[in-house]
Write a protein that binds this ligand. Structure first.
Ligand code: NAG
Length: 252
């Protein structure tokens, strides 16, 4: 008798719950559910966050299958740790102007067209897929030997790609900056050479610079979460802090 009543009570309760308007019917809800760890979905680890939308003057490459590591080899990459936003002086968003700007902060074009090392590819999510670097620029120590001196001695350098495919035609420069050891070490990157290379560039840019009568000064906005921190997938196994500097270079 007791059991019968219990069963009756339970089933009544069940029927009530099923038909009650108080219980939300989840099937009809349009709640976007983000499940980043599905096996074939994107996985965000080590401080990386989902792609940013609506950024001014650049577009997160990850929105269209790109990434913030270049493709040094099939599997390893070097960080794209600086962005020159398209809100910068239009002159430096073009290749020649950008070379002038690089000169103004202490870099110069590759020595006599000699190119050590490989071209790196990068995918900026602009519809052009993995494209080779547009520019390789090296620090020069003094004007007589210029970049040739640096090629022997080691030092700062960067590679640059322009985000100018039709899918994400921002016109921003994406830059992988690093500090190398000297050439007796076969141009290996310094310990911490990616963070150091980025910070060196940023320091020069925000301090202000000039070249042939043109003066510039940059504002910086730091981003974390665009790429993972640590050494996984990074060329030479050198750990990175995962930070990206977005520079807006103003003409004074
Ligand atoms: C993108 O910019 C680079 C660097 O200025 C240039 O070499 C390349 O031709 C441009 N590509 C397109 C599709 O406009």
């Amino acid at each position: 008798m007791q059991l019968h009543r219990a069963v009756l009570l339970l089933s009544t309760f069940f029927v009530f719950v099923r038909s009650s308007p108080l219980v939300l019917d989840n099937d009809n809800e349009q709640v976007p559910i983000v499940v980043p760890n599905l096996p074939d979905g994107p996985v965000y680890e080590d401080g990386e966050l989902p792609p940013l939308r609506d950024t001014d003057g650049w577009i997160d490459p990850r929105l269209n299958g790109g990434r913030f590591l270049d493709f040094t080899t099939k599997r390893l990459g070097e960080p794209l740790n600086i962005i020159i936003s398209a809100l910068s002086d239009p002159y430096i968003l073009e290749e020649d102007g950008f070379r002038d700007y690089a000169n103004s902060i202490g870099f110069a074009g590759e020595c006599l067209g000699l190119h050590y090392g490989n071209l790196h590819d990068a995918d900026l999510g602009d519809g052009l897929g993995r494209k080779p670097e547009h520019l390789l620029i090296r620090q020069h120590y003094f004007p007589i030997f210029g970049t040739c001196w640096e090629s022997v001695r080691g030092g700062h350098h960067f590679r640059a790609w322009r985000q100018n495919g039709t899918i994400a035609n921002s016109g921003a420069w994406f830059i992988g900056a690093s500090k190398e050891k000297d050439s007796s070490k076969n141009h290996k990157i310094d310990d911490d050479g990616y963070n150091i290379g980025r910070d060196y560039f940023v320091e020069k840019a925000i301090a202000g610079s000039r070249w042939q009568g043109k003066w510039w000064k940059a504002d910086v906005e730091w981003h974390t979460g665009l790429m993972p921190r640590g050494r996984r997938g990074v060329n030479h196994g050198i750990a990175i802090d995962g930070r990206v500097a977005v520079l807006t270079v103003k003409r004074l």
